[in-house]
Write a protein that binds this ligand. Structure first.
Ligand code: CA2
Length: 150
């Protein structure tokens, strides 16, 4: 008997300033670096039989280009849009346009922070939002996305 494995492909995107994780403001965002988070996602991905392609950008257009390129290449998107969560109609339109199942994640609980962080342009085009659990927001988000897709 032969076993056929079908890897689910997930694009993991991080938005502006998240490259500073672990280097600034540990009281708000913790001490883990983005590399630590990506390593934890990679380990989980292996146990969930999926691949994760991970990237971070401080530039809105670059994030949008990567979302466009995901069409036909990826099965879903896990994204922490950073501050673009609260400002970017363009990012929201890109996610809506490719229509790939998308999970929005945040390290901090955006709903118990400043009021300008309470609104997300991304949430209405995402299948769900996970906020406030640090690195676990990403890990829970990946699990939820894989469960949704399979
Ligand atoms: O809690 C989150 O994950 C956020 O997406 C983080 C964004 C913030 O604008 C969102 O409202 C919530 C900010 C990311 C900035 O990351 C830094 C990391 C270390 C030092 C300074 C900023």
């Amino acid at each position: 008997m032969s076993k056929v494995t079908c890897l689910t492909r997930i694009l993991v995107l991080n938005g502006p300033n998240l490259n500073l994780l672990g280097k600034r403001e540990p009281e708000t965002y913790g001490t883990l670096t983005l590399a630590d988070i990506e390593a934890a996602l990679q380990t989980l991905a292996e146990s969930l039989d999926c691949t994760v392609d991970m990237a971070q950008s401080n530039h809105e257009g670059e994030l949008i280009d990567w979302i466009h390129q995901a069409l036909g290449m990826q099965d879903g998107i896990l994204i922490n849009p950073g501050a673009y969560t609260h400002t970017s109609v363009a990012l929201r339109d890109a996610i809506a346009a490719v229509a790939l199942p998308t999970v929005e994640v945040h390290l901090s609980n955006i709903h118990k922070r400043e009021s300008f962080r309470h609104h997300s342009y991304i949430a209405p085009v995402a299948i769900g939002q996970i906020s406030g659990f640090g690195v676990d927001s990403y890990l829970l988000g990946l699990r939820a996305l894989i469960t949704y897709l399979t």
